[in-house]
Write a protein that binds this ligand. Structure first.
Ligand SMILES: [Zn+2]
Ligand SMILES: [Zn+2]
Length: 462
């Protein structure tokens, strides 16, 4: 989930966006909006009842996996130990397993006993350069290299739980393999938060984008993809989701303002890029507030760094700024980029300075396909139970799950992990050194992913 990262030379942000709903695959969809979990397995017990029994049986192991992975966190593209653990497990379950996808990614394919659609389930495996401050016996003491520097490493975004949940889901579904009308693709991807050796110009690909480029959605071709994220913003065990744009696109921008250096006592002898940069910062803030349609979608422009000058009495030659843009609509995003460029250049020109505006699109918006969301919502409601689910608000954080959703219908939902009785608004957020997971919530992640898989497959049979 959304990220901020430090670059070698300066700070930059990362994130996501993208709205365009890909071709709706209504085929299997709208014909049956009823949850299907009551479909009977060979044993006579409903598939959903079997999922619940099997999920309960694997819960202790799930928590043990989570603690092990939590204690051994690895940064983006260096998830070597984690991916070995995953690959060994999937092989043990009798799956065809591919390793080394997008560096350390692992993909397992489970063929059901009956023909049917291909459902992909995704977990991200990477940790963050954060020093853990949670007092648990399995707290991380790990170190790693981030952008060439040694850092403390922690699963501060909860991707340890995602891996453990998907491993447990694999175990549950593999145990019901003969009854499954379709194929499940288990996708364990690296570097959701970006790689530990990120190129400052963002020219390299990583994580989900790279997995897609390497064909993870083909052979067999994926019909729908599901994924989850644990969050401190929701009470333990509760599920949350929303149809359409759910998480923001994140773009990084950089502005170089070039003036003319002179003595600070005689500013008229040069062109002051610090004053110009200050005007640009304020000018950019008028874009959301005065120029774009406030009723369409929210947007955020943040200037996160300003660097210029080295002495109090020198007007410097140049100022460099970096920041992040968050949007939910592709057209609005492009419009904001154009307005930022125009504002930057025109303000600079008004002072006789020059400005260069560059934007790097990092993550697209996470957009839950409305048809798929509508179709699968009854499953999530059933898994969560009455009063234990919610329609989530939009988040300005980003997720590279969006890159799968650009290609195939996808649904990304949240699982609450803040202990009951704690104020979710005060609980340390994801990416905090105090981010805490109530492990009792995790089994619901297994029930949800397995439930979505089985229901989707069964609905396609009708
Ligand atoms: Zn995350
Ligand atoms: Zn994150």
């Amino acid at each position: 989930m959304a990220v901020q990262q430090a670059h070698r030379s300066q700070t930059s942000t990362r994130s996501t966006l993208r709205a365009g709903l890909s071709a709706l695959s209504l085929a299997a969809g709208l014909l049956c909006l009823v949850p299907v979990a009551q479909a009977q397995g060979a044993s006579g017990e409903s598939l959903q009842a079997q999922i619940d029994t099997r999920a309960k049986a694997v819960e202790a192991q799930l928590i043990a996996w989570r603690r092990d992975i939590h204690q051994h966190p690895e940064l983006g593209n260096y998830e070597v130990r984690t991916s070995r653990l995953v690959a060994d497990h999937l092989r043990k379950l009798g799956m065809e397993v591919k390793t080394g996808v997008a560096k350390t990614g692992v993909v397992g394919v489970l063929k059901g006993g009956k023909p049917g659609p291909v459902v992909a389930l995704r977990a991200d495996m990477d940790a963050l350069p954060v020093k853990e401050r949670v007092d648990v016996p399995f707290a991380s003491k790990a170190k790693g290299l981030f952008l060439g520097k040694e850092v403390d490493v922690m699963h501060a975004c909860g991707h340890d739980t995602h891996v453990a949940i998907l491993m447990a889901t694999a175990e549950v579904l593999a145990g019901m393999k003969d009854q499954l009308p379709g194929t499940v693709k288990f996708i364990f991807q690296p570097a959701e938060e970006s790689p530990a050796d990120f190129e400052p110009d963002g020219s390299n690909m990583w994580g989900a984008k790279q997995m897609v480029a390497e064909g993870v959605l083909d052979n067999p071709k994926v019909d729908a993809i599901f994924g989850l994220h644990v969050t401190s913003g929701i009470e333990s065990g509760k599920l949350g989701w929303r149809s359409g744009p759910a998480m923001a696109a994140a773009d990084q921008f950089r502005i170089d303002v070039k003036g003319r250096q002179t003595h600070g006592a005689r500013p008229w002898g040069g062109i002051d890029p610090i004053v110009v940069a200050s005007q640009i910062v304020l000018g950019l803030q008028t874009i959301q507030s005065r120029q774009v349609d406030a009723m369409l979608e929210p947007s955020v422009i943040t200037v996160g760094t300003i660097h210029g000058g080295n002495r109090m009495n020198i007007v410097p030659e140049k100022v460099e700024m970096m920041g992040t843009i968050r949007t939910y609509d592709e057209g609005m995003k492009k419009d904001i980029h154009a307005r930022m460029k125009r504002t930057t250049e025109a303000i600079a020109a008004s002072a006789g300075a020059e400005a260069d505006f560059k934007v790097l699109e990092l993550y697209n918006a996470t957009v839950n396909q409305p048809a798929l969301t509508e179709k699968m919502a009854p499953t999530l409601k059933r898994v969560a139970g009455d009063g234990n689910w919610m329609i989530s608000p939009k988040l300005t954080a980003s997720e590279d799950f969006s890159f799968y959703q650009e290609k195939v219908p996808g649904l990304f939902f949240n699982l609450g992990v803040t202990p009951k009785g704690t104020d979710v608004n005060k609980a340390p957020s994801n990416h905090s050194p105090e981010f805490y997971v109530d492990e009792a919530a995790l089994v619901n992640g297994v029930r949800a992913l397995a439930g979505l898989t089985v229901d989707y497959m069964t609905m396609a049979q009708r």
